[in-house]
Write a protein that binds this ligand. Structure first.
Ligand SMILES: Cc1cc2nc3c(=O)[nH]c(=O)nc-3n(C[C@H](O)[C@H](O)[C@H](O)COP(=O)(O)O)c2cc1C
Length: 384
């Protein structure tokens, strides 16, 4: 077993252990992947100011997101098919987040259902991410299920009503459950831990959908239903009724433009996430970190601004916070941990990011994350 010291180590191990079609589903962006790459690359030119001879005792990375106390300003991003990266993956990741003291967000397109995760975490509150489908009765029931499961925030994703093309997914014939072509079968047979895990769970399908939609009871009906359900007509009027139906804290995900950020404020949402869906949708969109400062400047005093995209280290979290993001989310960083080592791998990813965040903050002369601002960055090296 290699010594794991970075998120990159977890990625390499996950690549060995997860069947190719599911590893590729994680590690892919749309079309040329330029936005996917830029999300991580654009953190690099941002330089930190090294400060010395400042008392570095008694440090804290604790903060709040949406008024909720968090051990560090990082939450688990919603990701579809997580239970295909590792058996019962959503429950494993939710438990790792619970132990660490950060929020976990469950995707609509998860394998474990809302009820599975609520039960698997002993009723610990989590956040639920909603995709809007044409079947509005289903959406209403889904919102009610999230309420019944004690979810403490609803995250409405606005940037995936039409779906960007990811070449690898098409070439691999990605499907849930996996399509058993000879090539896929041969590849899966080499992933023994993954296979044993999958044999030990009954959760191999979209848990929030199967059994909850009239007429969807077989694989064929499920894929027909999902293919035509994402509603391209979604608009700000829908945000209003969803907010009303939900009645609790609302986060809008997928904001990249200042004009949309202003509309998000007008909608009465509690937070917005500067996000381009991890480079999986509009290829050619700016990286999230470069889009963040303009949105913080425009609306940061009126709404909590969060960001995601490209975070692979605690240094990245620190830079995002310095540029005004109150909270951040990790997608691939936790999925690599999950694919590599299951729940222990997600915990490892969180520990790695936390340690990097804590030490880097200290090198910059700050002891509390709450006091980190753009003063820790070298002028001229960061987007404004
Ligand atoms: C494999 C995968 C599946 C995803 N599925 C969803 C999803 O179901 N709902 C959603 O709102 N975002 C989804 N996203 C986007 C993430 O929530 C998040 O915006 C993105 O992963 C952040 O970028 P990062 O992976 O570089 O951290 C997904 C991302 C990945 C990598």
């Amino acid at each position: 077993m290699p010594v794991i010291t970075s998120i990159e180590d977890l990625r390499i191990l996950a690549k060995k252990r997860v069947p190719r079609m599911f590893y590729d589903y994680v590690d892919v962006g749309s079309w040329t992947e330029s936005t996917y790459r830029a999300n991580s690359d654009d953190f690099q030119p941002i330089k930190l100011r090294q400060r010395v001879a400042i008392n570095m005792e008694n440090r804290s990375t604790a903060s709040t997101m949406l008024g909720q106390r968090v051990a560090m300003p990082v939450a688990i991003a919603p990701t579809g098919l997580t239970g295909m990266v590792s058996a019962d993956g959503e429950i494993k990741a939710a438990n790792a987040a619970k132990k660490f003291g950060i929020p976990f967000t469950l995707s609509t397109m998860s394998i474990c259902s809302i009820e599975d995760v609520a039960q698997g975490t002993g009723g610990h509150p989590f956040w639920f991410q909603l995709y809007v489908m044409k079947d509005r009765d289903y959406i209403e029931r889904l919102i009610d299920r999230a309420k019944a499961a004690n979810c403490s925030a609803l995250m409405l994703t606005l940037d995936l009503q039409i779906i960007g093309q990811r070449h690898k997914d098409l070439k691999n014939g990605l499907s849930v459950p996996p399509r058993l072509t000879t090539l896929n079968l041969m590849n899966m047979m080499t992933k023994v831990r993954w296979g044993l895990g999958m044999l030990g769970t009954r959760r191999h399908n979209f848990g929030n959908i199967v059994g909850h939609v009239k007429g969807v009871d077989s694989l064929t009906t499920l894929s027909e239903w999902t293919a035509k359900q994402f509603d391209p007509a979604l608009n700000w009027g829908d945000v209003e009724w969803i907010k009303k139906r939900w009645g609790g804290k609302l986060i809008l995900k997928g904001i990249q433009d200042v004009e949309d950020a202003r509309l998000a404020v007008a909608s009465g949402a509690d937070a917005l996430i500067v996000s381009n869906h991890g480079g999986r949708q509009l290829d050619g969109a700016p990286s999230s970190i470069s889009a963040t400062p303009a949105i913080v400047n425009a609306v940061g005093s009126q709404i909590e601004v969060h960001m995601d995209g490209g975070i692979r280290s605690g240094q990245d979290v620190l830079k995002a916070r310095a540029l005004g993001a109150r909270g951040t989310y990790i997608g691939r960083a936790f999925l690599y941990g999950l694919g590599a080592l299951g729940e222990a791998g997600v915990s490892k990813a969180l520990e790695i990011i936390h340690k990097e965040l804590d030490l880097t903050m200290a090198f910059c002369g700050r002891t509390h994350i709450e006091r980190v601002d753009h003063g820790i960055l070298l002028p001229g090296t960061y987007p404004t």
